[in-house]
Design a protein around this ligand. Sequence first.
Ligand code: ACO
Length: 338
Amino acid sequence: MPTPSSQAFCASSIIGTGSYMPEKVLTNDDLSKIVDTSDEWITTRTGIRERRIAAEDQATSDMAAEAARRALADAGISAEEVNLIVVATVTPDMFFPSTACFVQKKIGATNAVCFDISAACSGFLYALQVARHFINTGNRSTALVIGAEKLSSLINWQDRNTCVLFGDGAGAVVIRRAEEETDAPGRVLSTVMGSDGNLADLLKVPGGGSACPITAENALSRPNTIHMEGRETFKHAVTRMCQASEQALEMAGLKKEDITLIIPHQANLRIIQAIADRLGLPHDKAFINLDKYGNTSAATIPVALDEANRAGRLKRGDILLLVAFGGGFTWASSVVRW
Ligand code: ACO
């Protein structure tokens, strides 16, 4: 069981949310013209109806920067007040500099320390926890935590097993130290994280890194695209997300019945419904937008949080359960009191 030690200075609060989704819409019918699939198959198996695809000249940092600007506007603070930027992404603009450094430049956050985190679909919650530690220990006061992905750059458009699942987009939150105030709105009450590298092969982009650089010889087999064992991933996702949810609730001193809204990683509607069932909660307690965007990896939770916020679905005092699972395998869950 997780220890409550990380709770000692627990006083980070989400004070603003923002998101950016690219304009281009790719529907299931569009995909059925590219690979042997159908709207019926994709909708029934995943719940996804369409996804957004970034423009060719749009990098992950462009989407991240726009989401960040919107989060700063929502928080009512300037970019200069930010002293930490953490970007969760598996589709960085390039290996280095970090995408966070590009975001810094684009938004003018001249006082920030910037770096990226790689934890696939769990990346945003990992980044939230890292930023929270910086804030809770007094090292930094104001952070932009961003999940941003251009997954279309990692997709093999001939592989129907994967190309129907993913999309592009970015979401961001501003978190700030809430001093001694214990009931500050948007307070992150708990976070648990886990990883199992023994299962790394089930979901990966095998090529393009140091283990398998892209060469003229291997390029045609597309090793720099997403490879996934869907069924196995599904099973682990449900198990780990349920466990993480229960642990995060326990760490926050709360019960399942206290949850107002689940904001889950948006990979598959059936996964989300299975989690709600195991937690004994009605399906409508889960916020869903994967029908519009598909799986945008690290971006799904901050985008969903922003949409729920702007739609007026979040009320002061609501208990939000954020939960994610992704390549690694990695998983994480946070409880937030809005
Ligand atoms: N259109 C039509 N048929 C398809 C398609 C498609 N797009 N994709 C696969 N099929 C076929 C398969 O070839 C297979 O055919 P066969 O029985 O003749 O061999 C059949 O459909 C069933 O395939 P399964 O893989 O068993 O289908 P399943 O019901 O498991 O659904 C899915 C597949 C949607 C991928 C599901 O397993 C899933 O969502 N897995 C989890 C994904 C996930 O959560 N990822 C998490 C994080 S992602 C990240 O970290 C980047």
